[in-house]
Design a protein around this ligand. Sequence first.
Ligand SMILES: [Fe+2]
Length: 484
Amino acid sequence: MSKSNHKEHGNIHMDQLQQKKADLMYRQEEPIRREQCVLFVDDEISVLEGLRLALHQAKFHKLFAASAAEGLEILSSTHVDIVVADEQMPTMTGSEFLYNVHRLYPGIIRLVLSGQASKERVIEAINSGQIQRFLTKPVDSETLLDVLNQYLSQIRLHQTKRALLVRSETLGRWEWDILDGTFTWNAGFERIMHFAPKCPNRDIHQFFGTVFPEDRQVLEDSIHNCKNTGQFQEFSHRISLPDGSERWITQVLDVFRDQDRTWKMIGIMRDDTDHKEKETLLAERMFILEQTMEKTVEALARMTEIRDPYTAGHQARVARLSREIGKILGLAPERLLGLEIAAKLHDIGKISIPSQILTKPGRLSEPELAMIRQHPLTGFQIIHDIPFCSPVSDIVLQHHERIDGSGYPNGLKKNEIMLEARIIAVADVFEAMSSFRPYRTGLGRDVALGELISYKGKTFDPEVVEAFEELLSMNPEIVQDNVI
Ligand SMILES: [Fe+2]
């Protein structure tokens, strides 16, 4: 290409440079998602401009070169699907150029656009493999677009098929002809099973022999169901490899039926060992985290009870009652867990109250009562940064609120109080009344329940009290140990 041509078509050249960069990026992406590209080579600038205008709405990317040399330069760094070349070019004819393209990049579709094409020349060019098609100038844009789109569709289909083939080879596939016992498999199966390629004398029973004895029943049941119902089956099992290692395999089985006779079974399998190992590791970590949380909650609860030995076990018993009431009221598992944790920690704020006040046998003074009334807020402040599965700290804050607004610390009413806090309020009062305290003996189950019922709808949520009554009638033993 001459310098003057470069100048005249600086915009074309800049487009090319930018596209080279873009196309190199495309190369690293999934092949079938790459934008398709057509390169036009013609020494007549007006022809290139005409093509650019005529094809500006075409969905493929267009590159333009004003000489065969420039065309080869573009091809050296850019992925192109089709090259359309003018036959009459000064330094190299279109056929010669496309011969080089064929030699260097045999996968590219090559078209010649020529004003003069003898029948013999066309036959010779096509037969020698230089080009796929001759187009005679002038060609209208509709015809050219039609031809290009046909080739691009074929290329895309071919790329899609090739990508699917590559992907399917990562899966193992086996086929078992049930009538004559023939067992065949693909390369993916060999990789998964560590079979030597084309290893003869393998049969279905040798394959099944690699399955862990504990998992054979799953395999047998799946084959039986697949054969009898004609429905595909998906299942997982372990296998032992020749080197003694074990792998997790997920299989899908299907059968082909000839009228009523089952004659061929096909298995598609994938090695899920890495996935299973990650799952196991995750489950182990989750178990450790749950254990850590449970033990931490218990440790926090014990700290509270060390200050006030008369209430030892109180929070655990309130937690048990609260959970059962929550179940009757239909709380979801996650809310039940939050309720149980909140109940186990509901008095944690008492850690800030001197033990002589907590264990004082006589009446408390007003300042002492004020200090006691501070414990829900202190409890909230201690735990509100812990990321529990539900708002445990808010429940702790509200466990002394009463539905008539007579509670503390905020005098909330009715539904302003969280259901979990209303449940703990009932369980807490019942448990405290029925158990021994420094200032009184345990009042017993019936007195405590009678007290709750007398305040049902006044200070306690009536639905919660009724759920508690239901719990006691269904499971009276649940409070037997509580009454001292
Ligand atoms: Fe409390």
